[in-house]
Design a protein around this ligand. Structure first.
Ligand SMILES: Nc1ncnc2c1ncn2[C@@H]1O[C@H](COP(=O)(O)OP(=O)(O)OP(=O)(O)O)[C@@H](O)[C@H]1O
Ligand SMILES: [Mg+2]
Length: 416
C-alpha cells in the first residue's frame, strides 16, 4: 500500500529553503497541564523527527513566561562567537540560517500569548513558520473571524456575541432573539474545544442562559459566541503552502489536502453531534470512541467536496494564513456548508486532522515540515525585500527637498 501511494505521488519535493538550523519553539508544559496543552509535545516530536530526517540541526525550546525574546537571547548568549544580544541586532545574534518553527499554543484562558509570540518574532526579524501575528490574532478570535468571513461572502452559522446577561444593549441576551435555536455556546478565543463540554448545545432559553452564566464565569474577560447549532455533516479541510517556486510565484494558492469528514457513529437520537472536549481529549468517553474520521470520495460527494475546498481556500485568503491551516465546516439541515472556524497553525500531531489529511494525499511528515519551513524562509525573504524596496520616509516638517534615502540595512546577513 505504502509503495503504491508513493508511486502515485505527484507533488514536487520541496527543499526546506535555506534553513540551516531550526529552533522548535513551544509553549511550556507542566505535569498538571490539561491534555489540550501538553499535546504540543507530540507535535514537537513529529517536527523534530522530520527535521532530523531532513538533516537540519534542531534545538527544542520551551518558552518560559511567554517571553520568546528572552529565551532566544539566552540561546544566542550560548554562541561561542559572543554576539549575545538580541537588543538591536535582531536575528544577527542567532546563527545565520536559523528559523523558528513556531509551535507555541495558548493555554486555557491566555489566548493572547499565541499571536503575541509571533508578533515578537516579527519585531525581532526572525523567520518563523506558519501564520503571521495578524492572522493568528484574527483566527484566534472567533467573533472577528466570523465577521470578516461573512463580510467577504463566506457563509458562517447564524450567530452573535454575548458578553453579559443584561437584556438590553450590545452583547446582551437579545442575541437569543436574533439567532434561532438550538444554540451552541463557546468562548470566543479558546480552541481545542475548551468550553465545549457537558451541555454545550441548548434547546431552551433557560438552558442557554444557565450555560452562558457558567461559561462567562469559567472564561473571565472573554465574550461568548452564540451560534445556531447546525445539525448536518462535519467536514474539515487542511491546506498546505504551495511548493516554493521563483520569488514571483510566491503568492500561489495553497495546496488543498483531501477533505475529511468526522462521522458520528451510532449516536443516539437527541445526543448533540459535536466534536467537543470529550471527543477530543477523553479516551474513555462515548464521544471519543464514536467520532471517526473518514475521507469521502466518489461522484456523489464530488460537488460537496468541491464547495468545501472552495470555502476553505476563501477562508485561508480572508484570514491571511500562511504555511499551513485547517478550516472546520458544518452543513445545515439543507446540506449547505458553513465555516465554523479557521485554524492557523493547526495541531501537527501524527493522529490529528492535518497530518491525517497529508498522509491521505501521500505526503510524509518530512515533506510537510519541509514545505512549511520553505514557506517560512520565502515569506521572510519577501517581507524583507518589500521593506527594502519601500523604505519608510520619516515625515519632514520643513519644505526642503528630501535627501535620497539609503536602503535599510539588513540585519543578520543575507542568509534568507
Ligand atoms: N454552530 C455549530 N453547529 C454545530 N456544531 C458546532 C457549531 N460550532 C461548533 N460546533 C461543534 O463544536 C466543535 C468545536 O467547535 P470549534 O471548531 O468552533 O471550536 P474549537 O475549540 O476552536 O475547536 P478546535 O479544536 O478545532 O480548535 C466543532 O468541530 C463542531 O463539532
Ligand atoms: Mg474546530
Amino acid at each position: 500500500m505504502e509503495l503504491k501511494r508513493r508511486a502515485h505521488r505527484s507533488r514536487p519535493w520541496t527543499r526546506p529553503g535555506k534553513a540551516a538550523r531550526v529552533i522548535v519553539a513551544h509553549n511550556p508544559v507542566g505535569p498538571a497541564d490539561d491534555p489540550s496543552t501538553s499535546d504540543v509535545l507530540a507535535q514537537v516530536e513529529l517536527v523534530a523527527g522530520a527535521l532530523a530526517e531532513l538533516g537540519v540541526a534542531v534545538t527544542r525550546l520551551g518558552i518560559a513566561d511567554w517571553r520568546i525574546w528572552e529565551d532566544l537571547q539566552r540561546l544566542a548568549a550560548r554562541r561561542p562567537a559572543g554576539r549575545a544580544s538580541l537588543g538591536t541586532a535582531g536575528p544577527a545574534a542567532l546563527a545565520p540560517g536559523t528559523v523558528v518553527f513556531n509551535l507555541v499554543e495558548a493555554p486555557p484562558g491566555m489566548p493572547g500569548v499565541h499571536p503575541a509570540t509571533a508578533a515578537a518574532l516579527e519585531l525581532l526579524d526572525v523567520p518563523f513558520s506558519g501564520s503571521s501575528a495578524a492572522a493568528l490574532w484574527l483566527s484566534t478570535d472567533k467573533l472577528a473571524t466570523r465577521a470578516l468571513l461573512a463580510a467577504e461572502g463566506v457563509p458562517v452559522p447564524p450567530g452573535g456575541r454575548l458578553e453579559h446577561l443584561g437584556e438590553t444593549g450590545p452583547g446582551g441576551t437579545e442575541v437569543f432573539d436574533r439567532v434561532p435555536p438550538p444554540w451552541i455556546l463557546k468562548p470566543a478565543c479558546e480552541d481545542a474545544s475548551l468550553g465545549l463540554d457537558g451541555d454545550a448545545v441548548c434547546a431552551t432559553r433557560a438552558a442557554a442562559l444557565a450555560r452562558a452564566a457558567e461559561l462567562l464565569r469559567r472564561f473571565p474577560g472573554q465574550p461568548l459566541v452564540v451560534e445556531r447549532y447546525l445539525p448536518g455533516r462535519e467536514l474539515n479541510v487542511s491546506l498546505l503552502a504551495a511548493p516554493q517556486g521563483a520569488p514571483h510565484e510566491r503568492r500561489q494558492p495553497p495546496m488543498v489536502l483531501p477533505v475529511a469528514e468526522i462521522e458520528f457513529v451510532d449516536y443516539p437520537p437527541g445526543m448533540p453531534r459535536i466534536v467537543g472536549y470529550e471527543a477530543k481529549w477523553q479516551p474513555g468517553s462515548f464521544a471519543y470512541t464514536h467520532t471517526v474520521r473518514s475521507f469521502p470520495s466518489g461522484a456523489a460527494a464530488a460537488p460537496l467536496l468541491a464547495e468545501a475546498r472552495r470555502l476553505a481556500l476563501a477562508a485561508w485568503g480572508v484570514c491571511g494564513l500562511s504555511g499551513y491551516g485547517r478550516v472546520d465546516l458544518r452543513l445545515d439541515e439543507r446540506g449547505v456548508p458553513h465555516v465554523l472556524e479557521v485554524n492557523a497553525n493547526p495541531c501537527l500531531a501524527a493522529d490529528a486532522g492535518f497530518m491525517a489529511a497529508a498522509e491521505q494525499a501521500g505526503l510524509t511528515a518530512a515533506e510537510v515540515v519541509s514545505r512549511i519551513l520553505a514557506d517560512a524562509v520565502a515569506r521572510h525573504g519577501a517581507d524583507r525585500a518589500d521593506r527594502v524596496d519601500r523604505p519608510e520616509q520619516p515625515e519632514r516638517l520643513d519644505r526642503e527637498p528630501a535627501a535620497p534615502t539609503p536602503p535599510l540595512p539588513i540585519a543578520g546577513g543575507a542568509a534568507f
